[in-house]
Design a protein. Structure first.
Length: 193
């Protein structure tokens, strides 16, 4: 396919991440391992960083704990690039989206919409709004599947990763997600919460 000269090739690899995906990928221990190898440039709005604070865990006695998500090393390494609203059009889109979405989702969507970037979210409302304004969306299941398809990983490793997301982020894809059956196939036999 011949791309028009006006097409921004970098925009095709930039993805603004929302708090739900950020938490899921943190739960997967992806930041220092496989996330840098997906060929995407990860853009992080401050409102998202402010929302993605903790993972769920357990102490030695089995009591629930909260594990802080430390983004600073991954910002310092360049894995995530800070991004802020720019100009009146992005601010207006943010305000409009914030009427029905959390601030992090609204900010991520406004930036993606304005700049022609992708959006990483699992929030159903945010996905619906993104689709209505022609923003390409990738969810946790898409990202995990991309990793599984492009890296040399075993089925056991994929299953362990999905189990970490289930336990530490309390996330499972929606039953209507096209990758739901693929995801659940790796969790067969898991009886843990």
């Amino acid at each position: 396919m011949i791309l028009p000269l006006s097409l921004d090739i970098q925009a095709l690899t930039r993805i603004v991440i929302d708090a739900c995906c950020l938490i899921n990928l943190a739960a997967a221990d992806a930041f220092s391992t496989w996330l840098p190898h997906l060929g995407l440039t990860w853009m992080l709005p401050q409102a998202v960083a402010d929302e993605a604070l903790f993972l769920r865990g357990c102490n030695d006695q089995g009591e629930p704990t909260r594990e802080p998500i430390d983004l600073e090393p991954h910002l310092d390494s360049g894995l995530f690039q800070r991004v802020a609203l720019e100009g009146p059009a992005e601010m207006a889109a943010f305000v409009a989206h914030a009427r029905g979405l959390d601030d992090g989702e609204a900010m991520a969507l406004a930036i993606a919409q304005s700049r022609g970037w992708m959006l990483a979210t699992d929030d159903r409302k945010a996905i619906a709004v993104a689709c209505s304004v022609q923003v390409a969306v990738r969810g946790t299941a898409d990202l995990i599947k991309r990793w599984a398809d492009t890296a040399d990983v075993t089925d056991l490793t994929i299953g362990e990763t999905l189990l970490r997301i289930k336990r530490r982020a309390r996330y499972l894809p929606n039953v209507r997600d096209p990758l739901f059956d693929w995801w659940m196939g790796y969790l067969t036999g898991d009886s843990g919460g």
